[in-house]
Design a protein around this ligand. Structure first.
Ligand code: HEM
Length: 511
């Protein structure tokens, strides 16, 4: 997923957004780009207990972290983010850690966060988590290091993403970085090979659907278009830059709050005071929070289950010849395999050579006769679809846009030969997204829309793609079809990360 999963830019594609100087050179490149021209990547999960901060500069020498100022020139790219326990391990003082957001400090494995994410409820891991619980996280919240026991077997302090044109080169680079870090006491505790291999010029996730299509489009004084024009607010997907980058104005017309350090720390790096309380420097400015979740996908289970569901419907209804596994799968996602929106009147025309993304649901598909109310895309971004009438459609669209996330995930695991056969291969999506307010953006999407059992007018069902086993309603006129879907996606680990700006990385390296 991520900007540019649909690579091979078609003619007349509209310009993408960029950052203006000086913010571009101060921001990690992964903020403005999914690096779709670098189809291979290695995700290295690092553990750095008691290793100090010296490893950060050694790592940056072996894997220079790409900034947002000129990614076209890059033959390869890298991004680096830290968990809260990772920042503690490099020596960031407790008083500074306290200035990060509560969600980041608590981490994904705090009980309340686990409940919101639907991972663990009343002490029980849910079916959307692999058996025995997740393998990795940042572990022990920094607030209670003395008493808390590690919640996952593997502790992750940092996530390094290495992007390359060629798989062998990406893996060689990862091995070199590992050799650089080992003498400094930093180990690679988990590694996932990621890719964006194309199929018929389209980036697809493992179930076979076009992915990475719909993204928020930031605007604001620090944003320009790739053709040099100033950015304007996109009517459908426009979000203030501060929804993605800390220290910039967000949807609440305030500077997105981030961590800060006392001004007398200035000597250590080129950090700025903008957006920090008086007497402090803004450690968060041009940084972001990155959510990462290793989501396993069960491809054979997905297709077999939908085939069985379709057969059952056809057996009971002579008018259901059109209900096939593919038909149901498209409705689970809410788009067809090539990414075109399902509309009652057929697919909308392409936009700039890509599937149409400038649409609301209120006008053309209010009741979900095309794109089901509970489909993944409608839950993940309801747009104006939750409005009670046409008059409130704009208000609801604006409200939905207060919960957008910038997706940067990629799939791991080999290609699927026969989607109905379980080949026992581990594969899935390393879901990654950027946002400045984890609770209002990522957690809200997951809790209030994706896992909401009463979403829209539905009763007792959740997202049919990423939720637990249960019913999924597809409205057709005059019928309403209900199909039982299995659990197709399970989390194997995850954490909230801080993606520092380039000056913040300099500061951390000098601790
Ligand atoms: C293995 C798990 C997942 C798969 C296979 C998957 C797949 C997809 C696909 C095929 C699309 C439609 C194409 C596009 O707009 O990119 C999509 C859209 C989207 N997904 Fe997922 N997804 C997964 C998990 C998640 C999770 C966990 C979240 C958030 C909590 C999420 C949030 C979104 C959002 C925000 C959109 C865009 C909706 C829009 O703006 O229209 N996805 N996903």
């Amino acid at each position: 997923m991520g900007e540019g999963s649909m690579t091979q830019p078609p003619l007349n594609r509209r310009p993408s957004w960029r950052l203006a100087p000086p913010d571009d050179a101060r921001t990690q490149g992964v903020v403005v780009s999914g690096f779709s021209d670098l189809p291979w990547a290695e995700a290295l999960f690092l553990y750095a207990k008691d290793s100090g901060a010296a490893w950060i500069n050694a790592l940056r020498a072996a894997a220079p972290i790409t900034n947002a100022a000129g990614k076209e020139k890059e033959a390869r790219a890298a991004a680096l983010a830290f968990t809260c326990t990772g920042l503690a391990s490099v020596g960031l003082p407790y008083e500074v850690l306290e200035t990060f957001s509560p969600q980041f400090r608590e981490g994904m494995y705090q009980e309340d966060r686990l409940r919101r994410l639907g991972d663990k409820i009343d002490g029980e891991w849910q079916s959307t988590v692999i058996r025995g619980g997740p393998i990795w996280s940042g572990n022990v919240p920094i607030e209670q290091p003395a008493t808390a026991t590690p919640s996952t077997p593997v502790t992750v302090h940092a996530l390094l993403l290495l992007y390359d044109k060629d798989q062998a080169d990406a893996q060689r680079w990862a091995a070199e970085v590992g050799q650089t870090l080992a003498p400094l006491g930093v180990t690679i505790v988990r590694q996932l090979s990621l890719d964006l291999r194309l199929d018929k010029r389209i980036g697809r996730e493992h179930f076979g659907f076009a992915d990475g299509l719909s993204q928020p489009i930031p605007f604001g004084p620090s944003v320009v278009l790739s053709d040099g024009r100033p950015s304007e607010r996109d009517p459908w997907h426009g979000v203030p830059l501060g929804e993605i980058l800390l220290g910039h104005e967000n949807a609440h017309s305030e500077k997105a709050p981030g961590p800060f350090i006392p001004t007398d720390e200035k000597a250590r790096a080129d950090l700025l005071p903008e957006g920090a309380p008086e007497g402090f420097l803004n450690l968060g400015l041009n940084g972001s929070y990155m959510v990462a979740r290793e989501l396993r996908q069960y491809v054979a289970s997905f297709w077999q289950s939908l085939r069985t569901g379709a057969e059952r419907i056809r057996a009971h209804d002579p008018n259901a010849a059109h209900v096939t596994a593919e038909w149901l799968a498209e409705r689970v996602i809410g788009r067809n395999v090539d990414g075109h929106l399902l509309c009652p009147s057929g697919f909308p025309a392409a936009q700039d050579g890509l599937p149409q993304n400038d649409f609301g649901f209120m006008r053309d598909d209010r009741y979900g006769h095309g794109c089901p109310l509970g489909s993944h895309v409608r839950r993940a971004n309801p747009r104006d679809g939750l409005a009670k009438d046409a008059a409130s459609a704009q208000t609801l669209l604006d409200a939905s846009n207060n919960h957008r996330i910038l997706r940067r995930g990629r799939k791991f695991g080999g290609p699927v030969d026969d989607r109905y056969r379980d080949d026992q291969q581990e594969r899935g999506l390393l879901f990654m997204c950027l946002n400045s307010d984890i609770a209002r953006q990522f957690e809200f999407v997951q809790q209030t829309w994706i896992l909401n059992r009463n979403f829209a007018t539905l009763f007792d069902e959740t997202d049919p793609l990423v939720g637990p086993k249960g019913p999924f309603t597809v409205r057709e006129q005059p019928l309403r079809r209900i199909v039982e879907v299995e659990t197709f996606v399970q989390s194997a680990g995850g954490e909230y990360f801080f993606l520092p700006s380039i000056p913040a990385l300099d500061y951390l390296g000098r601790l």
